[in-house]
Structures are given as C-alpha cells and as structure tokens.
Design a protein around this ligand. Structure first.
Ligand code: SAH
Ligand code: SF4
Length: 407
C-alpha cells in the first residue's frame, strides 16, 4: 500500500497530467505543478502561485498535499558532514547524509563525479591567476547519500543497517524527497529555468539505508524525478550488494546512474561468510551480469571493498581480487570498516590498508581509499541505522538550518 497516497511530490508528469484531467484542467496545469514540485521544490500547495487559487483549494479539499518527507533531527560532524533523520508520512524514518566539500581536497563520498571534478579542478588551477574564477563561499559542491528502503533485507554481517531488518520499501517520492528536503535545508539552487549562473554541483550516491536493487522500480522512478530537478544522472552513483535481476534490468535502462558494486571479498567462501547473498548469486555470476552493462564514454564500474581486519585484507586476497577484475573497466574503492556496537570485526591497521592498495595499483587497477565521513556522528558507510533505536543513543544534536551553498 502507498504510505502517502495523496502526496503530489513523487508523481511523474504523465501522472500529474492524469490528475489534472480528472479535475477538468488543461495539461499545462500539470506542467506548472511539475515545475513547482521539482524545480522550485515547494513545500506547500499555497506556494504554487502559478496555479489558480480555486484549483489549489480543490486539491486541498481532495486531500492532496505536497508531501515532502521532513527532516526531524540533524547531527553535524566535525568534518562538516551532516546526518539527518527524515520522517515519512506514515512515521517511518530513514537517514540521509550531506557531505559538503569546499576545498578541492580528498574525497570521501563514493561518487565518481567527485573524482572527475578533482581532475577538472587540477586543470583549472593550472590556469593563469587572472583567469581564475572566484570560488563561491564556502562550498562549491556537495554529495547527498540517499536511502532506498527502511532497513535492509540483505543481512551483510558488517553493516549496522542490516540489524534493522527490512521494514518497507520507499516510494519514488520518498527517495527523491530526501534530496529535495536536504537541498531546501541548504537553500541550494540547481541549474534552473531561472538562469542561475553558478549552479551548485550536487552529486548523489544511493548508498544509504537499504538495497536499491531490491526496490528497483521505485529507485529508477526516483532517478527520473531527480533528473527533472535537474540533477543529471552522470552525477549519481548507485551501489548494490549484487542483486542479479536488478543488474540485468539496470543494463537495459536508458537513464541510469553510474554503478558501484559491493564486492567486499575476493572469493566466494569469504564473501559467503560476510555477505550471505553470495549463496544465491556467487561472484562469477555477479561478474557475468556486470559484463552485460554497456559502459558509456569515460564510465567504469566501481567495486567497493570493505576491509575487515583478518578477514579479507591480506595480500593474498589482494592478488585474488586482481585476478577477478583484471580486464574489466573498473576501479576499486577500499573502505576501511566503520565499527558498530557488538560486531565481530576489527579495523585493519593503516599499514595493511596501504599495502593492499599499493598491490592493486601495481597491477594497473585504480584503487582509492575512501576517507570516512562523519564517523563521529555515525554517518559513515554502514553506520546508518535509525539512531533513535540504537541501544546507546548516539550524540544526536539538533542544529540550526544552514545556508551553505550559494546559488
Ligand atoms: N545496500 C547497498 C548500498 C548501501 S551500503 C550496498 O550494499 O551496496 C553502501 C556501502 O557501505 C557498501 O559498499 C557496503 O559494503 C558498505 N558498508 C556497509 N557497512 C559498512 C561498514 N560498517 N563499514 C564500512 N563500509 C560499510
Ligand atoms: Fe544492506 Fe548494503 Fe548493509 Fe548489505 S551493506 S545489509 S546490502 S545496506
């Protein structure tokens, strides 16, 4: 059942057109509504002044609302990362993370777009000083980590979200709505019909709570809505634990983000012990499914590899990993395990992490170490869990809405 059947945010243009038709309104009213919802990101019907008052009142009488999910709690990390608890219409909550980057420094957000921008920045900094454009203060770009489900059914042993189990799928409006709510909080103006000359560069990573490919149709519908805001799909990266039917459908998609795959092990035995999903689809089947994806210009597949001390972090594992992926257009994102309470793992030593990375690089495969973001507020990879339910409450502090991204 749709948890928010009368929410307008989440409806596509054809759906809005049908709605308007039912109210004996011309199609251009649907276009106006669409513009207000996805470009202006209005939060109430009263703000949609392009629609006649009588129509707005009619929508209200019929029970319609904009229905954006609401940020109910926020915590800010020392590194600038912010974690939000976002509440849906039925009271379920998910977590969403904002990772600003202002200094052109090392990236930790998992997005491919960020790495490309880093190269662009390096080129830009070689220009003569006079041609250097001033950088809008204080941030030029930011990445939002988006949730796709309330909880997760995949049960990876190292992940805190897994402990929740699966509560329900998010709707397209609830997935895209997290982004709208966060952008509104930061007063972000994207490239828009209003001719904004310095649009913020927003990257999205679908790496929050849940497995996007187990909520495939809603996830893809959300991507399409987000491209209307407009955030191009080239600035989006989705991460999957390796749900084969999802990967095969994704390969055929005309509008699709970049893909990251949580490999996390170099052989089936280790992977099975930390990711039980491997029993359903083993590594060979996973890699074969990935080979069906028609990679675009300058696109590669990212393999995420969570380093768990003593489990998957030896040089022998690195060699196995090299053998698995060599010949593929890919790169490896190494993620040092982020700890959680009562979990039977430990962080590998820093020297081991560097040695692992060097070994992979020496084989000619790009390998990056993802810098943990927001660890102190439990916002880092695999730490997202509805904090209200943590046995020992995390230090969640309410912070004032910020104005960080100039339009
Ligand atoms: N469900 C999807 C996307 C969300 S998880 C997936 O699994 O791919 C995003 C990333 O965080 C995955 O690569 C996952 O392997 C990693 N991750 C999960 N728990 C972690 C932890 N405790 N420390 C570091 N990374 C973790
Ligand atoms: Fe789910 Fe991803 Fe966590 Fe695995 S790592 S339990 S797929 S959220």
């Amino acid at each position: 059942m749709d948890p928010s059947p009368k929410a307008l945010f989440g409806l596509s243009l054809p759906e809005l057109t049908n709605l308007m038709k039912g109210l004996n309104q011309p199609p251009y009213r649907a276009a106006q509504l669409h513009e207000a919802l996805y470009r202006q990101r209005v939060t109430s019907l009263d703000e949609i002044t392009t629609l006649p008052l009588a129509l707005r009142e009619q929508l209200k009488i019929d029970g319609y609302t904009v229905g954006l999910p609401e940020i109910v709690q926020a915590a800010k990390s020392v590194d600038g990362t912010e974690r939000y608890l976002i509440r849906m219409a039925d009271g379920e909550t998910v977590e969403t993370v904002w990772m600003p980057d202002g200094d052109g420094g090392e990236r930790g957000d998992g997005s491919q777009a960020a790495e490309e921008e880093e190269k662009e920045d390096a080129l830009a900094s070689e220009q003569p000083a006079a041609e250097h454009k001033p950088v809008p203060f204080p941030y030029r770009r930011s990445t939002i980590c988006v949730s796709s489900q309330v909880g997760c059914a995949v049960n990876c042993q190292f992940c805190l979200t897994a402990k929740l189990g699966i509560r329900r799928n998010l709707t397209p409006g609830e997935i895209a709505g997290q982004v709208a709510a966060v952008l509104n909080r930061h007063h972000v103006e994207l490239g828009s019909s209003r001719g904004n000359p310095t649009p913020a560069r927003i990257n999205l990573v679908f790496m929050g709570m849940g497995e996007p490919f187990l909520n495939y149709a809603n996830f893809i519908a959300a991507v399409r809505l987000l491209t209307q805001m407009p955030i191009p799909e080239s600035r989006m990266t989705v991460s999957t634990s390796g749900i084969l039917p999802g990967i095969l459908d994704f390969a055929k998609e005309s509008v699709r983000p970049k893909l990251a795959v949580s490999l996390n092990a170099s052989n089936d035995q280790v992977r099975e012990s930390i990711m039980p999903i491997t029993r359903k689809w083993n590594i060979a089947a996973l890699l074969e499914a990935l080979s069906t994806i028609p990679l675009r210009n300058r696109e590669w597949i990212t393999f995420e590899y969570v380093l768990l001390g003593g489990v998957n972090d030896s040089l022998q594992h690195a060699d196995e990993l090299i053998a698995l992926v060599s010949g593929m257009r890919c790169k490896i994102n190494l993620i040092v395990w982020n700890s959680g309470p009562n979990m039977p793992f430990h962080e590998p030593p820093q020297s081991g992490v560097s040695a692992f990375q060097k070994r992979i690089m020496a084989a000619g495969i790009p390998a990056y170490i993802r810098r943990p973001r927001g660890r102190d507020i439990y916002a880092a990879c695999g730490q997202l869990k509805r904090t209200v339910e943590l046995p020992e409450p995390a230090p969640l502090v309410e912070i004032a809405p910020a104005a960080t991204l100039p339009g």
